[in-house]
Design a protein around this ligand. Structure first.
Ligand code: FES
Length: 178
């Protein structure tokens, strides 16, 4: 499979950006679609985050009631898995690969540059809500590392300089004069 240097490929559909409106019926719908499966809580949480962008605090009592579990149980699972967000994500979700092949190709320097430039650590969102920074352990682009993905698009052979250009491009608003 050919991997280009910049935009390499789209990773499997996994809506990760933003945070939408929600209502209790949405939560109940996701719960009832999956609650009869074994180990249903995790798939339910994934489904809710995929749909809304995060797991709203207000969803927890609904999930707990529908699943006949305690709120503490549901909270425990949400906080155990860093994948789950309890607040809306920024406009762009940036995942930095921390797995071995990327680390061997300069991934460590790249990740410290990114954290410094954005002023946030993993699992956090920048103050302007532009970026949510997440670690990831392999994006399937190991030969072209270090790799990152932004909103599910994978970028290989990333360097601090290229990242700066990409971040500027993503945050530049084009104003059209009529
Ligand atoms: S190790 Fe980074 S993409 Fe596989």
């Amino acid at each position: 499979m050919h991997m280009s240097e910049s935009v390499s490929h789209q990773v499997a559909a996994m809506p990760v950006t933003g945070g939408g409106d929600w209502n209790p019926d949405m939560i109940r719908h996701e719960v009832s679609a999956l609650k009869h499966k074994p180990g249903a809580l995790l798939p339910i949480l994934h489904a809710i985050q995929d749909r809304i962008g995060y797991i709203p605090e207000g969803a927890v009592p609904i999930i707990a009631q529908e699943m006949q579990q305690t709120r503490a149980d549901v909270h425990g699972v949400i906080s155990f898995y860093h994948h789950f967000r309890t607040r809306p994500a920024g406009s762009h979700v940036l995942q930095v690969c921390r797995a071995e092949a990327c680390q061997a190709r300069g991934g460590r320097a790249l990740e410290s540059h990114i954290r410094e430039k954005l002023g946030v650590d993993y699992h956090n969102t920048t103050a302007d809500y532009e970026f949510t920074l997440e670690p990831v352990y392999c994006l399937g682009n190991c030969a072209c590392g270090p790799s990152i993905s932004v909103d599910n698009t994978v970028y290989g052979r990333m360097s601090p300089q290229k990242f700066d250009q990409l971040a500027d491009r993503l945050t530049t608003t084009v104003i059209e004069l009529k």
